[in-house]
Design a protein around this ligand. Structure first.
Ligand SMILES: Cc1cc2nc3c(=O)[nH]c(=O)nc-3n(C[C@H](O)[C@H](O)[C@H](O)COP(=O)(O)OP(=O)(O)OC[C@H]3O[C@@H](n4cnc5c(N)ncnc54)[C@H](O)[C@@H]3O)c2cc1C
Length: 301
C-alpha cells in the first residue's frame, strides 16, 4: 500500500481511494479491498495515472459498472481505474452519437430511443457502461454491440490514443481486442438510423418486459454466469441437471433463471466459485458439456 501511496503522492490523477472495498463497485456486492482505486475526471488524468503505473511497473485494471465482475475475497493487488461516473457524456449530432466509456448502455439506448433512432432496443437492459459493453461485446436478444457500433477510441499500451473501426475491434462472442491488448476504451461512435417511434417504443417495452419477467433483478448478481454453449442454453442445462435453487452459503442458483447465481445475503466470492464449480461438474456429468464462465473472476493469490 505504501508503495502506491508514494507513487501517487502529489500526482494529478483525480480522486485516489486506498483500501477500497470492491463490493461497493460490483453489482454482485462481492469482493475484498483493492489496494488503490484511481477515479480520474479527465483524459489527461488517465494518461498521468498510466505513466505512473508504467514507471512503477504496477499491474492495473479498468472497471466500468462492475456488472460482469466477480472479485476475490482477498481483493486486488493492482491499481484499479474507475472511469464510470466521470466519463458519462453522450452527444448526438447529425445522426452520429458519441458516448464516453462511462455512459450506461441503458442511458445511451434511452437517448437513442427517445430521439426515434432504432437498433438499441435489444441491448437497452444490459446494466454495463459503454467501456464494459465494448470490452465484452455485450449482447442480448440477437443483437451485440458489434452490430451497432461504428468506431471505438482507445488508449493503447504505449499510451497512444487510437481509433478502430468496428471491423478492427476483433469482436466475437463476449470478446473484443480490448481484452487481449489491455486497451482502455475512451469512447464509442454510433451511426444512427431513424425508425418509427411507435415501433421502437413497442420493441423497447417488449424487451424490458422479457428481461424483468425472466431475470432475478431484485437480487445482486452478475447476470448470466456462463457463456452460451453452442447449440444449448446454459440456464436450461443447469435446470435439467436439477440445480435450480442449488445453494452454498449465500450464493444460489436463481430460482427464477438458472443461468444466474444470486447473492441472497452475504455471499463471498468463494461461495460463488463453489457454486460455479458444482454446476460445471454436474452439467458435465449429465450432458458432457463444459460450461465456461462469462463472468470475469479476478484477483486472489
Ligand atoms: C442483471 C444483469 C443482467 C445482464 N445481462 C446481460 C446481457 O443481457 N448481455 C450481456 O452481454 N451481459 C449482461 N450482463 C453482464 C454485464 O452487464 C455486461 O458484461 C456488461 O457489458 C459489463 O459492463 P460493465 O461496465 O459493468 O463492465 P465491468 O463489469 O466493470 O467490466 C467488464 C470487463 O470490461 C473491462 N472494462 C470495463 N470498462 C473498460 C474500459 N473503459 N476500458 C477497458 N476495459 C474495460 C473490465 O476490466 C472487465 O474485464 C448482465 C449483468 C447483470 C448484473
Amino acid at each position: 500500500m505504501n508503495t502506491y501511496k508514494k507513487a501517487f503522492e502529489n500526482s494529478n490523477v483525480g480522486d485516489i481511494l486506498y483500501d477500497e472495498p470492491m463490493k461497493n463497485h460490483t453489482t454482485f456486492k462481492i469482493g475484498g479491498n483493492c489496494d488503490v482505486m484511481i477515479i480520474p475526471t479527465t483524459q489527461e488524468q488517465i494518461i498521468e495515472a498510466l505513466k505512473i503505473i508504467k514507471a512503477n511497473q504496477f499491474d492495473f485494471r479498468v472497471i466500468g459498472n462492475g456488472s460482469n465482475l466477480l472479485v476475490s475475497d482477498d481483493g486486488l493487488r493492482e491499481v484499479v481505474i474507475k472511469l464510470h461516473d466521470n466519463f458519462n457524456k453522450v452527444d448526438i449530432k447529425d445522426d452520429v452519437m458519441i458516448a464516453q466509456s462511462g455512459a450506461l448502455l441503458s442511458n445511451v439506448s434511452k437517448l437513442a430511443i427517445n430521439n426515434s433512432y432504432k437498433g438499441f432496443e435489444p441491448v437497452s437492459g444490459i446494466p454495463g457502461d459503454i467501456g464494459g459493453a465494448i470490452t465484452m461485446n455485450a449482447g442480448a436478444y440477437g443483437t451485440e454491440i458489434k452490430d451497432i457500433v461504428n468506431k471505438v477510441k482507445v488508449i493503447d499500451s504505449d499510451l497512444n490514443i487510437k481509433e478502430f473501426i468496428c471491423e478492427e475491434m476483433e469482436f466475437s462472442y463476449r470478446h473484443s481486442r480490448v481484452q487481449d491488448e489491455k486497451l482502455i476504451v475512451l469512447e464509442a461512435e454510433f451511426l444512427l438510423e431513424k425508425g418509427d417511434k411507435e415501433e421502437i417504443l413497442h420493441n423497447f417495452h417488449d424487451f424490458t418486459q422479457r428481461r424483468t419477467s425472466k431475470q432475478p433483478l431484485d437480487l445482486p448478481s452478475c447476470g448470466s454466469v456462463f457463456k452460451r454453449p453452442e447449440g444449448h442454453f446454459a440456464g436450461q442445462l443447469i435446470d435439467e441437471a436439477g440445480l435450480r435453487g442449488y445453494r452454498y452459503n449465500d450464493a444460489m442458483v436463481s430460482e427464477k433463471h438458472c443461468g444466474f447465481i444470486v447473492n441472497v445475503g452475504n455471499a463471498t466470492c468463494n461461495d460463488v466459485v463453489c457454486v460455479i464449480k458444482y454446476v460445471q461438474d454436474k452439467v458435465y456429468e449429465k450432458f458432457n458439456i463444459k460450461l465456461e464462465p462469462e463472468v470475469r473472476i479476478i484477483g486472489g493469490k
